[in-house]
Design a binder for this molecule. Structure first.
Ligand code: NAG
Ligand code: NAG
Ligand code: NAG
Ligand code: NAG
Ligand code: NAG
Length: 778
């Protein structure tokens, strides 16, 4: 258990340096990134030792001795990634960054962690039987694809990871089933690998004890996400009877592997550290995984200063697609994270399932609320209503009472009534407990902020219903209109087929991309609200109280939508093992839909039309992904050209390809062959190019454009004829600002290539610059 002991060993060093420099932690840990290992070379143990020694030498030249350098190094990345993580002070970090062999030095930052009905809603199949001809049938349920999840670990005993009926583990698998220091971990033919990484966490002050040094998930997040991506069929899964059905992952017959990189956070930044993340990426690549799912993120930074971007870049170059969550910082613009163009970035939207409790007001108006209370009102009759403000205890403040804070309510006023509490400040479940304590028979939880239209179903201790702002206004108007307000609430029940669905989640982070505005992010949306999946049996996270653990539970977030996409990527890997990560992403993006189940443009929670800044190419449509018709592919040279254009002149870029590669003198990122098209600064006119590859039968494709407001769009040529599979064709798209276009405002459209059977759709995003009258086109 070198990890633990090394951490203790590091401590005196940290203290020593902190005496010499103030503020307290002058010595921090950093990641030093040197690029790739020599391309294509087989790495022997001797090679690894040589690379390690080169790291000691480099670090040693900035410290008093190589011995000291050796002690300061937390990780040496030696197999695919060349680099190391080490404890040093800021001056040393700055000095090392000046070394011409160093591509980047960045702090070892912390990152944050960001289903029964899901797959039926997505049209794949039910209860373990694939619809004939469906994606599941054709992709053999993702058989033998290996899906890795970098997260909080795994609960190995979960029913989602039972290996019934699975063949022996593929021989190409090189991973291990790492044991906890005191904890026994059992892998099987389904859960084929488990590892944990915590040196970077410990270096920054995290504590790992003999008891917690284990790949076991004690948080729930990692088990939930991994079971969503690749969990086996689990019949009759439910949460206290809600959402009962057969639970399964997107690739139910895939093999899964868990890499634990997230530990209990001791700062607001989260508990997943860059140095550990990079080590896990390298390990996953070496172990032979086929897909990486990563529901973690932090504030965006330049791509080579970001362990997630670096790790996923190396994975992508090895042909391993990386799917990541876009973050939960919405609805503000520019909040999306995991922005590199080699990452598949996922937003979150709702399912067509809700757990609902209806409220009938005394004047026969009905309101719909969300709830998972297992209890109903004692009798089928109207009960008196009271607002928490009117039920205030004599010595309490109005503002506290409205929120149903502890000791703010007068039981003599509440007893036997339905209590109305406002959302906010205190935990929702706590408000329910205060209401019950004061003698309420039920609780209505109300959003009092017009910007908050999201409602949540929780398992409150009493009958409860959570309503949105608009319904809250109706409730209060009714309450004010009569001297004896009354209401009844129905017992909470699971409702399927709710409309509209999907709706974009308020929390889902939005574009534009703050690092590279010419690349649209997020790329796609998938279900991420109230997703039922397996949990760690150490906790119950949908419950803020310490309740007995349940094997399944609800969670919401882009963390939950990300593994839905990873599961679908797994299906494509099984069906088309030789497709590149970019081709797989293109197939999923260009077949996505922008309509909800009312056949209208997908909306946000405020009933406004959502845009590509919310859903990217749209909502995933798995039944089409195996037949995209055309794909926008990307190879290593495309990525290199992209990097050249962004970072100008990093001589090490050629290391990724070969010695004779040189950055092209003219390459515009607008021409990077992405499946979406973004012109973030349209100065009157622009011409961009794209390249499509035919992956279907021969055919003639015709372009159809929906131009953004105020922009003229033309495609050249308008027709593409493909005589065979694998053929590639280039085309150009011309943009011109109309005289009346609004400057500095993003506008949206689309380009569709269609042969009558396939519709290959790309979103178009344009921001015209302040209009000037000169028209340079002839
Ligand atoms: C869940 O559904 C199954 C059959 O579909 C049924 O046998 C079982 O009783 C249900 N469980 C609950 C808790 O409703
Ligand atoms: C109801 O009455 C209260 C107190 O008079 C007032 O503050 C509130 O705005 C009223 N609400 C509505 C929706 O009329
Ligand atoms: C009940 O009262 C509310 C609030 O005044 C009002 O919006 C609603 O229309 C009323 N319902 C009926 C059926 O009159
Ligand atoms: C890029 O850097 C290399 C080495 O630092 C230098 O020789 C070369 O001239 C630079 N190229 C450009 C286009 O600036
Ligand atoms: C090396 O790079 C050049 C482009 O700079 C390319 O033309 C050549 O094919 C590459 N060679 C190999 C072996 O990949």
């Amino acid at each position: 258990m070198g990890r633990l002991f090394k951490a203790r060993f590091l401590l005196p060093l940290l203290l020593l340096l902190s005496v010499a420099h103030s503020p307290v932690f002058a010595a921090k840990s950093y990641v030093v990134y040197l690029g790739p290992q020599e391309n294509g070379r087989r790495i022997s143990p001797q090679d690894i030792a040589d690379v390690q020694n080169s790291h000691y030498d480099l670090m040693g030249s900035h410290m008093e001795s190589n011995e000291r350098a050796k002690q300061s190094i937390i990780y040496s990345y030696t197999r695919f990634i060349n680099g190391f993580a080490a404890v040093m002070d800021e001056t040393q970090a700055e000095e090392i960054a000046k070394n011409p062999n160093v591509m980047a030095v960045f702090p070892n930052r912390a990152r944050k962690l960001h289903t029964t009905r899901t797959w039926d809603f997505l049209g794949l199949g039910k209860d373990g039987t694939a619809i004939p001809g469906s994606t599941w049938e054709r992709a053999r349920f993702g058989e033998d694809t290996i899906i890795a999840n970098l997260d909080t670990g795994v609960w190995p005993e979960s029913a989602s990871f039972n290996d019934e009926g699975m063949d022996p583990i593929p021989l190409r698998w090189k991973g291990i089933c790492q044991q906890g220091f005191k904890d026994k971990i059992t892998c099987n033919r389904k859960l084929i690998g488990v590892r944990y990484f915590n040196d970077g966490y410990v270096a920054e002050g995290g504590t790992v004890t003999d008891d917690t040094a284990t790949p076991r998930d004690v948080e729930g997040h990692g088990t939930h996400t991994l079971s969503t991506a690749g969990g086996a069929f689990v019949p009759k899964a439910n949460y206290f009877g809600f959402a009962n059905g057969t639970m399964k992952g997107g690739s139910p017959r895939a093999r899964v592997a868990a890499y634990k990189v997230c530990w209990p956070a001791f700062s607001d930044e989260g508990g997943c550290y860059d140095a550990d993340i990079l080590a896990a990426f390298e390990s996953a690549i070496a172990d032979g995984v086929d897909v990486i799912s990563f529901s973690v993120g932090g504030s965006p930074s330049e791509f080579f200063n970001d362990a997630i971007a670096v790790g996923s870049f190396h994975a992508t170059l090895k042909g391993i697609p990386v799917v990541a969550s876009g973050g939960n910082e919405g609805p503000k613009a520019g909040t999306v994270t995991n922005l590199a163009p080699w990452i598949f970035t996922v937003a979150a939207s709702t399912l067509d399932r809700d757990c609902t409790s209806y409220i009938a007001l005394g004047n026969r108006t009905h309101l719909k609320g969300s709830s998972m209370s297992t209890k109903g009102l004692p009798e089928r009759k109207f009960y008196p209503l009271i607002t928490a403000g009117d039920a205030k205890a004599a010595d309490a403040m109005d503002s506290d009472a409205l929120l149903c804070k502890p000791r703010s309510l007068d039981p003599s006023k509440v007893n036997g009534k339905i209590l109305i509490c406002l959302r906010g400040v205190t935990a929702r479940l706590d408000k329910g407990e205060r209401a019950l304590e004061a003698g309420a028979v039920g609780m209505i939880l109300v959003n009092d902020n017009p910007d908050e239209n999201d409602v949540f179903h929780y398992s409150h201790v009493l009958p409860a219903s959570h309503i949105n702002y608009a319904d809250g206004q109706i409730l209060f108007a009714y309450y004010n209109s009569t001297l004896s307000p009354m209401a009844f609430m129905t017992k909470a029940a699971t409702v399927l087929g709710t409309k509209p669905a999907p709706v974009m989640a308020d929390f889902s982070s939005r574009g534009p991309n703050t690092i590279e505005p010419a690349i649209l992010k997020p790329d796609i949306t998938a279900p991420g609200v109230d997703i039922l999946a397996s949990l760690s049996e150490a906790v119950d996270p949908s419950n803020e109280r310490a309740e007995p653990a349940t094997p399944f539970g609800f969670m919401s977030g882009t963390s939950m939508s990300c593994p839905h996409i990873a599961g679908i990527v797994g299906l494509l890997r099984t069906a088309y093992p030789v497709w590149s990560p970019a081709a797989i992403r293109s197939a999923i993006m260009t077949t996505a839909v922008t309509f909800d189940n009312n056949r209208q443009v997908i909306k946000d929670l405020h009933f406004e039309k959502a845009t590509p800044f919310q859903f990217g190419a749209g909502h995933v449509h798995p039944s089409q992904v195996l037949d995209p018709g055309l794909v926008y592919d990307l190879g290593p040279y495309d990525y290199m050209n992209f990097l050249c254009a962004r970072t100008q002149n990093i001589s090490q870029i050629r290391l990724f390809i070969n010695d004779s590669y040189a950055c092209p003198t003219t390459f515009s990122i607008l021409n990077f062959n992405y499946p979406s098209i973004t012109v973030p600064d349209l100065n009157n006119w622009a011409v961009i190019t794209r390249r499509v590859k035919n992956v279907g039968p021969p055919g003639k494709y015709v372009a159809r454009v929906k131009a953004p407001r105020g922009i003229t769009v033309a495609v050249r040529p308008m027709e593409l004829i493909f005589k065979q599979k694998g053929e590639e064709k280039e085309f150009e798209v011309l943009f011109r600002t109309k005289a009346w276009a609004k400057a500095e405002e993003y506008v949206f459209g689309s380009l569709v290539w269609s042969d009558g059977k396939h519709a290959v759709r790309s979103p178009i995003v344009v921001k015209p610059r302040t209009y000037s009258v000169s028209i340079p086109l002839t």
